[in-house]
Design a protein around this ligand. Structure first.
Ligand code: SF4
Ligand code: SF4
Length: 296
């Protein structure tokens, strides 16, 4: 399963950035696929991006909520919320573990052979705080004279934006280099701090900052596809805990197997020697649960 996951991650990375004509064009791609949200963090302004980023779309929808209401446009952000809701309610955080290009990058960075560190559990609140303040409250309440807010997370934090859009656009357009000011350099510092964090801690950005992961994580306990832990089968070998990229410990009761922090990589399912981890798929036709057992 792990090999299949890697293949899907590579395919997703290439699909999300499949506009390879960008070296010969002077504008970022704006074809019809840009109306579709990709289920992962991949900057809209990346020269190769073929789809939209749901996090950017959500912030822009919230930032424009007052002008939208002023003209009685009440379906603001329905498309972005619908995309996140459909993926989340079907599969929870599977987009984080299987589709997200920035998640894949983090897994590569963690392979760099230096001393590794675990994270205190309190950092699990980080993504929810970034979601609340940078994605909802600041775009909603800090507005200009006509009522428009800003995409605060994209503007001040998003490492995918700096890496995939800021740096390539600066390299491609000399005119932009003269305009790069304090904001760009502070985002560059944030990017390097996050990348350094990802080298020493597995999935550092997902676990401490990512608001998109926090949103998908809200669905983990209720999605159609869920994990199940059978404590009667468990032999307490702790292999699942050791292989988990986000340090979830369900075998000893510390965490729920469907914790919002789980990125659904399914490594615990694959490694469990006792078949104590299974994948449940809720069948909406007859309201039953199909169970798939893992392990050897
Ligand atoms: S609990 Fe299992 S599926 Fe979730 S992140 Fe850890 S290893 Fe992956
Ligand atoms: S890998 Fe399986 S048997 Fe071992 S602790 Fe985890 S759930 Fe229990």
């Amino acid at each position: 399963m792990e090999r299949g996951r890697r293949r899907i991650q590579i395919f997703s990375l290439l699909l999300a950035n499949s506009y390879w004509l960008f070296p010969w064009k002077d504008r970022i791609f704006q074809g019809w696929t840009k109306r579709i949200c990709f289920p992962g963090l991949n900057c809209y302004s990346c020269p190769a991006a073929a789809f939209s980023c749901p996090l950017g779309g959500l912030q822009n929808a919230i930032a424009g909520i007052r002008p939208a209401f002023a003209v009685h446009q009440l379906h603001f952000g329905a498309y972005v919320l619908g995309t996140i809701g459909i993926f989340g309610s079907l599969m929870g955080r599977i987009p984080c573990g299987w589709f997200c290009p920035f998640g894949y990058l983090q897994e590569w960075l963690y392979r760099i052979p230096v001393r590794k560190f675990s994270l205190p559990r309190i950092f699990r609140w980080g993504p929810y705080l970034f979601l609340l303040f940078f994605v909802v409250l600041l775009p909603l309440f800090v507005v200009d004279v006509v009522g428009f807010g800003s995409a605060w997370f994209c503007k001040f934090v998003c490492p995918a934006g700096t890496l995939e859009a800021g740096l390539p656009l600066l390299a491609m357009e000399p005119g932009l280099r003269r305009l790069a000011g304090m904001l760009f350099f502070s985002k560059l510092a944030v990017l390097f701090a996050i990348l350094a964090g990802c080298v020493v801690t597995n999935r550092f950005f997902c676990r401490t900052i990512c608001p998109l992961g926090a949103l998908f994580g809200l669905f983990n306990r209720v999605s159609l596809l869920r994990l199940r832990f059978d404590s009667d089968r468990c032999v307490q070998c702790s292999a699942c805990r050791r292989i988990c990229p986000v340090d979830i410990s369900f075998f000893d009761g510390t965490d729920s197997i469907n914790s919002g922090a789980c990125i659904r990589c399914m490594r615990c399912y694959t490694i469990c020697p006792a078949g104590a981890v299974s994948i449940d798929l809720y069948d909406v036709r007859d309201h039953t649960v199909q169970e798939e057992k893992g392990g050897s």
